[in-house]
Design a protein around this ligand. Structure first.
Ligand code: NAP
Length: 311
């Protein structure tokens, strides 16, 4: 199975398809990586906040030392977490990520969210009444740490996640190394047409997260939320191609030139999800799926507890 690459503005190639690892439990994530490598995956989407990078690092080290795959054949993305937004903390987080993943360089490092949280030990520093303790650290300072890591070879390409037009423009104007990638929520019910056009003008590649609408997540899903995988238009197209609804959704991203990173820890679904490079959707089918957009998003990016200076 050969997965095509997207050439990033940094000059590096990124596989258009990879494995997500959010909510992949320690004890399961390592096995998922091994199954994925066997199935042909060469791109893994990680983050400090997922708290499973240590196990991923151990499995990668094992795979490299056994000669199963070479480091240069693998593309690893990770993300600086919100509690590390000051320049000093972001520098520290880069090194923590390298250590956890047991890597000498990361292929792509993103700022996970534009809003910083109060620095300290907890991933989600909650205060009174479960309110998020935001910090006023500016993502432009976080970006400086990413530029440094890029310039000293710890990171090959740098980018952002969950940034809106306004935040991207502000970062763009201040950056000496421009972002290569924006990672955002995207699926047929939230197709991000406007933001994708804006990114195309700036040669920023787009990665779609929650591409299946994260059907299994209790973290963001509310009862009554729509289900991408039971959409009738998608089901009809899937039947015609002899593919599953998930495979048609994942192929739709490829047709749009969008990088896609479905998460699974199930052997059958890991194998199913990458099996999308032996068929194509025609223009009519792509348009029909585009028309399913309902501006429904799983993840609300607005600061949940009031205004934030950098939103
Ligand atoms: P997703 O990939 O849309 O959905 C994952 C869920 O779908 C899991 O419950 C998985 O269960 C199930 N699934 C996978 N393949 C399936 C198939 N073929 N048929 C039916 N169900 C299937 O959602 P996501 O995990 O939110 O997004 C993907 C990745 O994007 C994440 O893992 C993470 O790496 C990244 N992400 C980034 C951000 C950000 O803020 N930058 C936010 C969210 C996600 P099984 O494991 O049991 O198969």
């Amino acid at each position: 199975m050969t997965v095509p690459n997207v050439r990033l503005s940094s000059g590096h190639d990124m596989p258009i398809f990879g494995l997500g690892t959010w909510q992949s439990k320690p004890g399961e994530v390592g096995a998922a990586i091994k199954i994925a490598i066997e199935a042909g995956y060469r791109h893994f989407d990680c983050a400090f906040a997922y708290q499973n990078q240590k196990e991923i690092g151990e499995v990668l080290a094992e795979l490299f030392s056994s000669g199963k795959v070479k480091r240069e054949e693998i593309f690893i993305t990770s993300k600086i977490w919100n509690t590390f937004h000051s320049l000093g903390q972001a520098r520290k987080n880069v090194d923590m990520i390298l250590e956890e993943l047991k890597l000498e360089y990361i292929d792509l490092l993103l700022i996970h969210w534009p809003q910083g949280y109060e620095e300290g030990g907890e991933i989600f520093p909650l205060g009174e009444n479960n309110k998020m303790r935001y910090s006023n650290e500016d993502y432009l300072d976080t970006w400086k740490a990413l530029e440094e890591a890029h310039n000293n070879g710890k990171v090959r390409s740098i980018g952002i996640s969950n940034f809106n037009h306004k935040q991207i423009e502000r970062l763009w104007n201040a950056a000496s190394v421009k972002p290569s990638v924006l990672q955002i929520e995207m699926h047929p019910f939230f197709n991000q047409e406007k933001l994708r056009k804006f990114c195309a003008q700036k040669n920023i590649a787009v990665t779609a997260y929650s591409p299946l609408g994260n059907p299994g997540s209790a973290f963001f899903r509310k009862s009554g939320d729509p289900d991408v995988l039971s959409n009738e238009v998608i089901a009809e197209i899937a039947k015609k191609h002899g593919k599953t609804n998930a495979q048609v959704v994942l192929r739709w991203f490829i047709e749009h030139g969008v990088i896609v990173i479905p998460k699974s820890t199930s052997e059958a679904r890991i194998k199913q999800n990458i099996n999308i490079f032996d068929f194509k959707l025609n223009d009519d089918e792509i348009k029909k799926i585009d028309a399913q957009n309902k501006n429904w998003r799983l993840v609300d990016p607005t600061p949940r507890d009031g205004d934030h200076p950098h939103f």
